[in-house]
Design a protein around this ligand. Structure first.
Ligand code: IMP
Ligand code: MG
Length: 183
């Protein structure tokens, strides 16, 4: 079992690079199909930074429709706990009124971040708004149902790697690791 020690915490491998990439190929097929059936116009992609940067880089290269990309820096975590309050800054050039919008998230945990965010961007009246998250913690069924495209349903423990960090570390890892149960 691949393990990783970081700041006195022990993590073990949870999803390998191959598993992640295979799932992203399936997700991109689903997304291509969705936009193919309904629209023939650019899709406005909003990437929730920093965590979703690798996921977005991998998935957008497999989407076969024209798109605009925006990057929003959102934060609600400190260490392995949610701070509860969500901060984000919308890009000055955000132009989503009457547009097809797809939000890309790395992970949805309590759902607070994307709910606060959606509430804000819905004011701009997009024509269609979908959310795609690589990981969704499945403890909260109400939240799970709000995710249009979900990569993996996962358990509660904190995860790192493939864009996700622990106090700024581990974003560069190709695999995803989970905090060991004893930690
Ligand atoms: P939520 O608001 O509780 O849904 O948390 C959403 C954000 O917190 C995600 O976009 C991540 O950036 C971060 N986050 C939540 N859970 C984890 C985790 O297990 N590892 C790393 N970051 C996480
Ligand atoms: Mg995030």
């Amino acid at each position: 079992m691949k393990e990783l020690a970081l700041d006195n915490k022990l993590f073990e491998i949870y999803l390998s690079e191959d598993e992640i990439q295979a799932r992203i190929r399936m997700l991109s097929n689903e997304i291509n199909e969705y936009y193919d059936d309904i629209y023939n116009e650019p899709v406005h992609i909003i990437v929730m930074m920093n965590g979703a940067f690798l996921f977005a880089a991998d998935i957008v290269r497999q989407l076969d429709f024209p798109l605009h990309m925006y990057f929003v820096k959102a934060s609600s975590y400190e260490g392995v706990k949610s701070k509860g309050n969500v901060d984000f800054q919308l890009p000055d050039d955000l132009d989503i009124t009457n547009k097809n919008v797809l939000v890309l998230e790395d992970i949805v945990d309590t759902g607070k971040t994307f709910q606060v965010f959606l509430k804000e961007i819905i004011k701009d009246k997009p024509k269609d708004l979908k959310i795609c998250s690589l990981l969704v913690k499945h403890k909260n069924q109400d939240i799970v149902e709000k995710i249009d495209f979900a990569g993996f349903m996962i358990e509660d423990p904190f995860v790192i790697g493939y864009g996700m960090d622990y106090n700024g570390k581990a974003r560069d890892l190709k695999d995803i690791y989970m905090l060991k149960k004893s930690e």
